[in-house]
Design a protein around this ligand. Structure first.
Ligand SMILES: Cc1cc2nc3c(=O)[nH]c(=O)nc-3n(C[C@H](O)[C@H](O)[C@H](O)COP(=O)(O)O)c2cc1C
Length: 356
């Protein structure tokens, strides 16, 4: 066990942590208060900046620093090539989605994500100690600037091949995301996200054997047993998403928070139904209907996200979980409605007890 504790201690010392627990970056659930609480407890705070404009990234970092001098990561998605549009199919999808929510306007699919190059500049300017990526690798010019500034790069990977590619590109840490994970799958190639689903139990030792950089485990970890197991399997630290969603600071819809507590592993599913990119959510009425054999195939990301926006907004207002975008990892039922700092401290104390 001492080798495991040594590995974890070295990781924490290198990244200014007192416990090896990383809050997962979660786009759409930015909640600085939750990051502040985790960082003040000695873990790593996080900002999922996918949907943020440059000034919002700067404001988030400012709020974080005002509340804590602890460490935090800012995370971006590496964009896919622009989607191929298919107006006739989108019309069919709009009709289908109109059965679950208000009529979907013709222009709903015209979604323009924030400019990635500008987001990267904002990320560099915000200057967190750690930046992370998902869905691919930062462009070489950005990696070069991260290195110049001494900012560490944590690259999310979902296969051994992606882990090798991330290390070769200069990642300081790889975050191995098992298929149990809530939210979007990090596959570099969107077309492989559903086909190449590797569970953390197999992925973690394989990635730890394949790369020399430290490995962070993520996906389905929400209690001390999962943390201890991940460290034994080769991780230096763990990253937890769904397990922090019921914390009061997260401020998610009560319907979503309550549903998480009642969701066994088999009641989550991976689909492209909400955004066009594969992600794991609660298997709600809409998610099941949208993946039925007779349902129209989802549009590519981010078109599908735009098309589902009216339904998701209506569901949010009505507190209707069946139509909500209720991301959830397979260990959702282990998530506790506990202040985030207390949760981080308790999880690590319990994991240490298990590790002896
Ligand atoms: C609501 C939600 C939003 C997420 N958004 C992001 C994101 O923007 N960037 C990212 O790298 N990962 C994102 N993830 C994935 C997490 O980083 C992590 O891989 C996942 O939460 C781990 O599985 P768990 O939820 O079972 O802990 C998100 C996860 C959830 C639940």
């Amino acid at each position: 066990m001492s080798a495991i504790i040594d590995r974890t201690t070295a990781f924490c010392a290198r990244f200014g942590l007192r416990l090896p627990i990383l809050l997962a970056p979660m786009a759409g659930v930015p909640a600085p208060a939750r990051s502040i609480a985790v960082a003040n407890a000695g873990g790593l705070g996080a900002c999922g900046a996918l949907l943020m404009r440059p000034q919002e990234i700067a404001a988030w970092a400012g709020e974080m620093r005002a509340g804590s001098n602890g460490a935090f990561q800012v995370n971006l998605w590496i964009p896919d090539p622009p989607p191929q549009r298919d107006p006739a199919h989108e019309a069919h999808l709009r009709d289908f989605l109109g059965r679950f929510g208000p009529p979907v306007p013709a222009e709903a699919g015209d979604v323009t994500p924030p400019d990635f190059a500008a987001q990267c500049q904002a990320l560099l300017a915000a200057g967190p100690a750690i930046v992370s990526s998902i869905m691919g690798l930062y462009p070489p010019a950005v990696i070069e600037q991260l290195k110049e500034r001494g900012m560490a790069w944590f690259a999310t990977v979902s296969t051994v091949a992606e882990a090798r590619a991330a290390e070769a590109a200069g990642a300081d840490v790889v975050v191995a995301q098992g298929m149990e994970a809530g939210g979007h799958r990090g596959a570099f190639d969107a077309a492989l996200a559903e086909r190449q689903q590797v569970g953390l139990m197999a992925l973690l030792p394989a990635v730890a054997d394949a790369v020399k950089v430290p490995v962070v485990a993520t996906g389905g970890i929400a209690d001390a047993r999962g943390i201890a197991a991940a460290l034994v399997l080769g991780a230096s630290a763990v990253q937890i998403g769904t397990g922090f969603l019921r914390c009061p600071e997260a401020q998610i819809s009560p319907a979503w928070a309550d549903a998480l507590a009642a969701t066994p592993p088999e009641a989550t599913m991976v689909s492209r139904a909400f955004s066009g990119r594969a992600g794991r959510s609660i298997a709600t009425g809409y998610a099941r209907a949208a993946t039925a054999p007779d349902a129209p195939a989802p549009a590519p990301y981010p078109v599908q996200r735009g098309l589902t926006a009216p339904m998701r907004a209506a569901a949010q207002s009505a507190g209707d979980i069946e139509r909500m975008q209720a991301w959830a990892g397979q260990s959702a039922a282990l998530a506790r409605a506990e202040p985030a700092g207390d949760l981080a401290r308790r999880l690590w104390a319990e994991a240490q007890a298990l590790l002896g």
